[in-house]
Ligand binder design. Structure first.
Ligand code: HSE
Length: 374
């Protein structure tokens, strides 16, 4: 396998290093805008040099961002090249274009590193689907947010210091608002739920609330009640109805999510025969992520393509009702629905997921977290 590698940043460099010296796969060209000199590969500044190179059968996209990643990946597939990408924004946003294109051109597409970093989450979903029906997927999918929440909780770091450290450690996206606003988790949820349920969810109906507005006083409130806050994605499928959302969520000390440290992810599925299975590992960082890119390359060598067939487009309901911690904003909207008050914050009675997210959109600066369900 001859590989054209697009991007030589955190992930691309890791892929180059891990594949270096292998006889079954070689990076022969690297698209990199900076001047680099590599012992075993040619550095090029123009994508056409990879696209038009017939000796390159596989493109690894590790640039991130939507454009030109989408144009490069589509062009590579149209040219008959297989593609492995770690780019969750790309797959989530262009699911309806890239999957049919791979089918039409008879090429393979894999993106295991896009969700869960070093965890073989999507490849495991692929295996689970062979045997059983999934009713739920989701969990802690963003290493940066987990690092920030864990640092604020365990080390009393400020939000700003914790985010800076996550950036220095190479966990955060180029634009970290993508992490802290829950967009990165949203991308990963869309891919996971689409694969798990064999559908293409209506992205516009999937809300994401992040952790940008969390304060030390929120962490103090949670600690005082024996709770820990995590950013959680949820995808559910039951009786033909789909629910999908991203939101901060509180866990009691008995739940495994409550002790997930630093940049780790904990992603869970519920199957109709296996029950709950949770997958724990480093969700971000050079080598964990590059590891799963190389796993995908090995899968391509074995002839394995995407994790599921491209499925129908479906609506998202989000009618499920949960109790919420709400701090800030116009709390009069919850009059008659307040169960408790915690130091200026309220704990609501049951409110639908759709309703709380629509309230949050109109109340910028407020912070919400779903209360434990167990
Ligand atoms: N920014 C992402 C995270 C990188 O923090 O999880 C891995 O997808």
């Amino acid at each position: 396998m001859n590989i054209g590698l697009l991007g030589f940043g955190v992930v691309g460099k890791g892929v180059y290093e891990i594949t270096s010296g292998r006889t079954d796969m070689q990076v022969t060209k690297v698209l990199c805008l900076e001047d680099i000199s590599l012992p075993d590969a040619q550095s090029v500044k123009n994508f056409e040099e990879i696209l038009n190179d017939d000796t390159i059968d596989t493109v690894v996209e590790a640039m991130g961002g939507l454009h030109p990643a989408y144009e490069f990946v589509s062009a590579a597939m149209k040219a008959g090249k297989n593609v492995v990408t770690s780019n969750k924004a790309l797959i989530a946003n262009f699911y309806d274009e890239l999957l049919p294109l791979a089918d039409e051109k008879g090429v393979k597409l894999r993106c295991t590193a896009a969700v869960g970093g070093g965890i073989g989450w999507l490849s495991e979903l692929e295996r689970v689907r062979r045997v059983e029906t999934l009713s739920r997927v989701g969990g802690i999918m963003n290493g940066t947010c987990n690092y920030i929440l864990d640092s604020m909780t365990s080390r009393n770091l400020t939000y700003a210091d914790a985010l800076r450290q996550a950036q220095e450690l190479g966990y955060a996206e180029a634009n970290p608002t993508t992490d802290v606003d829950g967009i990165d988790t949203w991308h990963k949820l869309i891919i996971s739920a689409n694969v798990a349920f064999g559908v293409s969810l209506d992205r516009d109906a999937i809300p994401a609330a992040g952790i940008r507005h969390i304060k030390a006083e929120d962490i103090a409130n949670f600690k005082a009640h024996g709770l820990t806050c995590k950013l959680i994605s949820t995808g559910k499928c039951g009786t033909g109805k789909f629910h999908a959302y991203v939101q901060p969520t509180l866990f009691t000390a008995t739940e495994p999510e409550s002790v997930v440290p630093t940049n780790y992810n904990l992603i869970t599925l519920v199957g109709n025969t296996s029950g709950r299975q949770s997958f724990f590992g480093q969700g971000a960082g050079r080598y964990p992520t590059a590891y799963n890119v190389v796993q995908d390359l090995a899968d391509l060598l074995n002839g394995t393509g995407f994790y599921c067939p491209y499925g129908p487009k479906v609506k998202v309901e989000n009618t499920e009702k949960l109790r919420y911690y709400v701090r800030g904003g116009d709390q009069s909207a919850f009059a008659g629905k307040v169960d408790e008050t915690w130091n200026g914050a309220i704990i609501t009675g049951p409110v639908s997921v759709a309703e709380i997210h629509s309230w949050l959109k109109a109340n910028d600066g407020a912070f919400i977290a779903a209360m434990p369900t167990v």
